[in-house]
Design a protein around this ligand. Structure first.
Ligand code: AHR
Length: 498
């Protein structure tokens, strides 16, 4: 019997809703087809946005959406995406499949999407191939309400009021696709560009995000902070971190999303768990410059990355999503919760039809992936307080070097005082009996929801409901204890009233 200790009286920090954020890039069928179909489409839409997709996303309370990339961001020239659609410039999306980008989804359309979703806006600016003026004018166009050339232009394009930009990224992956820069050079450019991102609304300033490291590139974090950080100056609200889960760790041969064996299962989970080490080690460097944790770590790209589905465009990054992905999502979201003192945002890559998507579409059809259901189960953590908790685990796996703990967890208390416990069981075979002990309180009621299945189970357009969450009732309450068995390969959520 594994013991889970929960002390509801010890709060460890606020869980920003943004820890369950999303990312949408002009990549493959994410924006076009997946979200935006145009007003004349036969697919039901409101102002060109798919109704089915928006409705499904509203159910998981998307808190924030990052756009337009990704690598695409550093090639995106925002003025190409405003004004009458017929006259918008067409370009080649050189990063992603060399398809024609007609710019029909631009700033106005992104803001409309966020309006429909009721989420915060995270715009990623172009530092790699754009000018300081271009970036500055974009912010002016979106957020200024005084007299100015960009305000006039926005009004000419049909939008009187400014929009709210919550977050603004100053470049993306500038160590790679965003310009192949050295951290010191990027740091200087960050200082330069961010100067001209004016805050026209000081009462609700735009939160500026600097480009952070690729996975375990600790040198990047140290040098960017060394170059940019002036104590007390506060011109950086966040530093990003990108970490993808590759089953093999090999970019040339990542592995299939649906055809994999036990070894791949454990390797994938082990690579996912690396997120904890990355947060700790990048966090320790950030602590040296920012001990009060004013700068958020923004894990604005995370998720599984497999070989594309056979027969699909290699540049579109379309992949299926199994129970393995659900467990990956549960592990990562637990890790973000546990590190909510430093991690202030995290964005799964990507929202629809790309990498570890929550939704997949095929023409008029749409399905929810196992990952979607995990977001649904975890949404109760949004805006809650992290509660002190610890679970007893043991190492499992199949070979000495592919070992992982059998369980992960996190616990939060919502505004209504209810406790939310989320657990993942990483084991392929073994269910585990758990005794959850709640300190200094008695448990009144417990409700459970579970997602489990065969390791390779997934939803298809023909069978959309193979993997989904269901009520979990095999729970015993004894005083301050909750006793249950978590099945192998599962994600479990408990709502506990004390
Ligand atoms: O999410 C796909 C790509 O992964 C993004 O464009 C880039 O930022 C990252 O390398």
């Amino acid at each position: 019997m594994a013991k889970l200790y929960v002390n509801p009286n010890v709060k460890k920090g606020h869980i920003n809703p943004e820890l369950q954020g999303h990312f949408s890039e002009h990549l493959g069928r994410c924006i076009y087809e997946g979200i935006y179909v145009g007003e004349h489409s036969d697919i039901p839409n409101v102002n060109s946005m798919r109704v089915d997709v928006v409705e499904a996303l509203k159910e998981i309370n998307v808190p924030v959406l990052r756009w337009p990339g990704g690598c695409f961001a550093d090639e995106y020239h925002w003025k190409d995406g405003i004004g009458p659609k017929e006259t918008r410039k067409k370009m080649i999306n050189t990063h992603w499949g060399c398809v024609v980008e007609d710019n029909s989804f631009g700033t106005h359309e992104f803001m409309e999407l966020c309006r429909q979703l009721g989420c915060k806006t995270y715009i990623n600016g172009n530092l790699g191939s754009g000018t300081v003026r271009e970036m500055s004018e974009w912010v002016e166009y979106m957020t200024y309400d005084g007299i100015s050339p960009m305000t006039e232009l926005r009004k000419e394009n049909g939008r009187e009021e400014p929009w709210k930009v919550d977050y603004f990224g100053v470049g993306n992956e500038n160590w790679g696709c965003g310009g192949n820069m050295r951290p010191q050079y990027y740091g200087d450019l960050y200082r330069h560009y961010q100067t001209y991102i004016r805050n026209y609304h000081p009462e609700a300033p735009i939160q500026k995000i600097a480009c952070g490291a690729n996975s375990d590139d600790y040198y990047w974090t140290e040098k960017v902070l060394e170059t940019t950080f002036d104590h007390g100056f506060g011109y950086m609200s966040g530093l990003s971190l990108h970490h993808y889960t590759l089953p093999t760790g090999n970019w040339e041969k990542k592995g299939s999303s649906t055809e994999f064996d036990e070894k791949d299962w454990y390797r994938t989970l082990k690579n996912t768990l690396k997120m904890e080490t990355l947060i700790q080690r990048h966090g320790a460097i950030m602590d040296q410059f920012d001990p009060d944790k004013k700068i958020g770590m923004m894990v604005d790209e995370w998720g599984t990355w497999y070989d594309v589905e056979p027969g699909t465009n290699p540049g579109f990054l379309y992949q299926q999503n199994t129970v393995r992905d659900a467990v990956v999502a549960g592990i990562n979201l637990n890790i973000f919760n546990k590190n909510c003192d430093r991690v202030k945002m995290a964005n799964i890559a990507q929202m629809v039809n790309v990498l570890q998507s929550v939704l997949l579409t095929d023409k008029e059809k749409m399905i929810k992936t196992p990952t979607y259901h995990v977001f649904h189960m975890y949404k109760v953590h949004q805006d809650a307080e992290l509660v002190d908790s610890h679970i007893e685990t043991k190492q499992i796996g199949i070979e000495e070097e592919i070992q992982v703990p059998n369980l992960t967890e996190s616990v939060s208390m919502g505004k209504d005082g209810k406790l939310h416990v989320t657990l993942t069981n990483l084991s392929l075979e073994e269910a585990t009996d758990i005794e959850a002990i709640f300190a200094e309180t008695n448990v009144k009621t417990v409700k459970g929801t579970i997602l489990t299945g065969g390791m390779k189970d997934y939803n298809t357009f023909e069978n959309p409901d193979v993997v989904h969450s269901v009520a979990f009732e095999l729970i015993k309450v004894e005083g301050n204890k909750v006793i249950f068995t978590i099945p192998a390969r599962s994600v479990l959520a408990l709502e506990v009233e004390v």
